[in-house]
Design a protein around this ligand. Structure first.
Ligand SMILES: NC(=O)c1ccc[n+]([C@@H]2O[C@H](COP(=O)([O-])OP(=O)(O)OC[C@H]3O[C@@H](n4cnc5c(N)ncnc54)[C@H](OP(=O)(O)O)[C@@H]3O)[C@@H](O)[C@H]2O)c1
Length: 252
């Protein structure tokens, strides 16, 4: 029974309503960033676009399919995440979605860039957001979503993409042992975008599925056409989490 409850806790986070939630999303000008903003706006969320691209414009539609231009746009730069610390205080859900794929490159610059963008920058955002929780009025609403990839368990035909995404995937598994807030992972298969022009799913379908599964409360949100991921990911996550729980501890 106790094991059953623990298992349910591990699979499910909190069920969720997006209505009137303030949701900030990185990689906002990219394909998934835009698709998620559009989907979450339809479900009643207030959006903050976090982008590294100056001069991009955003618009979404609301639940009545009316054009809604009220998106707050904030620019940020790699290594300067902390400049937006104050704004994070009132954010309910932070979606970490930015990412790069250097494909077959393996030179040192590509190694540093892959880890800096896909792993360390994402982790800095997580730390910043967690720092806002103790003083936040909305502490019990706060969540982080991290868009890792099914590359956590499957080949992506891009070694540095796999390495850097597996690293952030494992760091999230480690950090969420502390239960500071709900941290969901998005484990996505190939969708068509600038990062992956050969993706077979559409970003709008993937964004709809993410929102639907998050509303159900799933902590690890898997959207893919690859059946192996539905087995390999939960098995890997269970053992990884158990190993981390046994051999690491919270700093007092
Ligand atoms: N496409 C797929 O098949 C697939 C599958 C699984 C997971 N994913 C993940 O989904 C996320 C979104 O990818 P996407 O396919 O939508 O790709 P995308 O259209 O290329 O969007 C990625 C966005 O990340 C931001 N970004 C790019 N380089 C950056 C840098 N050096 N520093 C900080 N931000 C940077 C940019 O947004 P701003 O200019 O707005 O900052 C860019 O538009 C990524 O994390 C990716 O790994 C993709």
């Amino acid at each position: 029974m106790c094991f059953g409850i623990t298992l349910v806790d591990r699979v499910l986070g909190k069920t969720l309503s997006f209505k009137d939630k303030t949701i900030a999303i990185t990689g906002a000008s990219g394909t998934m960033g835009r698709a998620l903003m559009s989907e979450l706006s339809k479900r009643g969320a207030k959006l903050v676009a976090l982008t590294t691209s100056p001069n991009v414009s955003f618009q979404t539609t609301d639940s009545d399919n009316q054009i809604n231009k009220k998106i707050e746009v904030l620019t940020w730069q790699l290594g300067h995440e902390a400049e937006l610390r104050d704004r994070l205080q009132k954010v309910d859900i932070l979606i970490l979605n930015h990412g790069i794929n250097v494909l077959g490159d393996r030179d040192s610059a590509s190694i540093y860039k892959s880890y800096e963008v896909n792993t360390f920058s994402v982790f800095r955002w997580i730390d910043l957001f967690l720092e806002t929780i103790p003083d936040a009025d909305n502490a019990n609403q706060k969540e982080i979503w991290v868009n890792t990839s099914e590359a956590e368990v499957n080949p992506a035909l891009s070694p540095l993409y796999e390495l850097s995404k597996r690293a952030i995937g494992d760091l999230v598994t480690l950090r969420r042992l502390d239960n500071a807030c709900t941290i969901r992972k998005l484990i996505l298969g190939p969708f068509k975008s600038e990062l992956n022009p050969y993706g077979v799913m559409s970003a709008s379908f993937v964004a709809w599925a993410i929102a639907f599964l998050a509303e159900l409360g799933l902590r690890d949100i898997i959207v893919t056409i690859n059946p192996i991921t539905f087995i390999a990911y939960p098995v890997k996550e269970f053992w990884r989490s158990l190993y981390f729980r046994l051999f690491s501890h919270r700093k007092q």
